[in-house]
Design a protein around this ligand. Structure first.
Ligand SMILES: [Zn+2]
Length: 177
């Protein structure tokens, strides 16, 4: 009995045309919605699919590295920016300023080196006197110890003077001619 009844109902649904108004409205509304649904989702899916690959894993890794890098960088400048008191003048300045530029302007350091330089300057003059005196002494002792060398030197000088006299004499003759 049930089989016959279900078969009969199917035959009625397939064969029998919609009699009620509700069925007609459903059929009319259904086709109008169907074309609108497939067109809009296809257009929306394409740009979304293109936008996703723009952000790659490498870019994410780089972004993570950039976010993790900054911490070590500020440590270096912080050391130079640390405020330190100068041991010579007691002025509070940055570590970088104390290590490099402050030495030129530090009042505590300037006083000591200038005095030391002023004391160091006088000595040089006696050093020059010593060199002159030493050379004279050395020459005298050298002449006493090596008279032959001195005599030879004097002979060479006399010979040179004689040559110069000859050259001067020739020049005078040439000028007279
Ligand atoms: Zn100082």
């Amino acid at each position: 009995m049930t089989e016959d009844q279900s078969a009969a109902e199917k035959e009625v649904e397939v064969a029998g045309p919609p009699a009620t108004r509700e069925e007609i409205i459903e059929e009319c509304e259904a086709p109008a919605e169907e074309p609108a649904e497939p067109i809009t989702p296809v257009k929306m899916k394409k740009p979304r699919a293109k936008a996703k690959p723009s952000i790659t894993k490498e870019e994410i890794v780089l972004a993570v590295l950039e976010a993790t890098k900054p911490p070590p960088k500020p440590d270096k400048p912080d050391k130079n920016k640390e405020l330190v008191t100068c041991p010579d003048c007691g002025l509070t300045i940055t570590y970088h300023n104390l290590r490099y530029t402050h030495k030129r302007y530090c009042k505590g350091i300037k006083e000591a080196p200038i005095t030391s330089l002023q004391l160091a300057l006088p000595p040089p003059p006696p050093a020059l006197e010593r060199t002159t005196t030493v050379t004279e002494e050395v020459v005298n002792t050298y002449i006493k110890n090596n008279p032959e060398v001195v005599t030879n030197y004097l002979r060479n000088e006399r010979a040179n003077k004689a040559n110069k006299r000859q050259v001067n004499a020739k020049a005078l003759l040439v000028g007279a001619m």
